[in-house]
Design a protein around this ligand. Structure first.
Ligand code: SF4
Ligand code: SF4
Length: 354
């Protein structure tokens, strides 16, 4: 829960600083690190339970808010030798419970199915961060069935239950296709409690505001999607837009970068900070580089240890207990209810809008 104390502390550290959350200068304490210090928080990585893997920047969409800058023309894609190295490391690892596959659209990587089969053979859970529309693309007609057959959890972005807001953020025609893909997944048993096939949705604000409270919004989504389209899903995750890459450029163009940066900093939540996702995961880039999270990967902020790629380590446990590379964009994870790849980190009744 965000307290007034933490807000006052945040205001203090902003007196001499700019409000731009662009990563901060090297060899200088970032405002985020100063905030942690003020709150007596020393956050290092714990044991790894999640391995996040970015399979490449190729995507069938090119959304305005995309922090990956993914799109149909991107050529960066994970190759088989990198996939095989990850399989070797997973085979030696005991703590990894989940491999979380992201992109771009991970399903468009030619080694996606090979990788999923290998991971599932080790009885490790797989999450597919699926943009939904990819399931309707030529050549992907049987992807939904493949996911079902391998009990892959599907997590999909749907920034609203209304056509206008979704198309505004993700492109014309995306809402109708997303609904069609959700219905396809439901027909296969996804989103229904009795099947064990998890289908979770992700909400992120269309504009420069914090997401509303996760619980009430989930209830609203469930009602509207079921009433209007007969769609069922398991859980809604609310995620804060990170002021980096494409979304950052949008904020700059519309003159909102400074106010959005202030909003994130002034909404620092100590409880959320203690649960930031980088304490339990590392994120692997399409080229095998290791990062603290997907956001640091997009900013190319290296991990704070000697090993820089999966080819430099013998065991994933070498990455545990390490310091984390924090910069000022990290305020995006600790604002309000907090934000992670699994949604809000704490519950709050407060809703803050810019
Ligand atoms: S937000 Fe997702 S669906 Fe949109 S361009 Fe980025 S990776 Fe693709
Ligand atoms: S942006 Fe990454 S490194 Fe920073 S707090 Fe969030 S998860 Fe951790």
């Amino acid at each position: 829960m965000r307290g007034d104390d933490s807000k006052m502390k945040t205001d203090k550290i902003m007196v001499n600083g700019t409000s731009s959350l662009n990563g901060g200068a090297k060899n200088k304490q970032s405002k985020f690190e100063a905030e942690l210090e003020l709150n007596h928080l020393s956050l290092r990585r714990r044991s790894l339970s999640i391995l996040q893997v970015n399979m490449g920047k190729l995507c069938n969409q090119a959304c305005h808010h995309c922090h990956v800058d993914a799109g149909p023309k991107r050529t960066e894609i994970m190759e088989k030798n990198t996939v095989d190295r990850l399989v070797e490391l997973l085979e030696k690892s005991e703590g990894i419970e989940t491999v979380d596959l992201t992109g771009g659209a991970p399903e468009m990587n030619p080694w996606f199915r090979y990788f999923v089969e290998k991971i599932r053979a080790m009885k490790i859970e797989v999450i597919d961060r699926c943009n939904l529309t990819v399931l309707l693309e030529p050549g992907q007609e049987d992807t939904a069935e493949f996911l079902r057959d391998h009990l892959v959890q599907v997590v999909s972005s749907l920034p609203c239950y209304s056509l206008d807001n979704v198309d505004k953020q993700r492109g014309n025609g995306v809402f109708i296709k997303s609904i069609e893909a959700l219905q396809l997944l439901n027909d296969l048993g996804y989103g229904k409690t009795e099947t064990g096939l998890r289908l979770d949705l992700v909400y992120n604000p269309v504009g420069a505001s914090l997401p509303p409270s996760q619980g009430p919004l989930e209830a609203e989504y469930k009602e509207r999607l079921y009433t209007d389209f007969g769609i069922e899903f398991n859980q809604l995750y609310t995620i804060t837009n990170m002021p980096i890459n494409r979304f950052r450029h949008l904020l700059e163009r519309t003159g909102q970068l400074e106010s959005y940066s202030h909003l994130l900093q002034n909404s620092f939540n100590q409880t959320a900070a203690e649960e930031i996702m980088c304490r339990d995961l590392v994120s692997i880039g399409w080229d095998g580089k290791i990062y603290d999270c997907d956001f640091n990967q997009m900013l190319e902020l290296p991990i704070r240890c000697t090993a820089k790629t999966i080819f430099d380590i013998e065991h994933l446990s070498e990455l545990e207990k390490n310091a984390i590379h924090f910069e000022d964009h990290c305020f995006g994870c600790t604002a309000g209810e907090g934000s992670s790849c699994s949604g809000a980190l704490v519950k709050s009744d407060q809703e803050m809008v810019l």
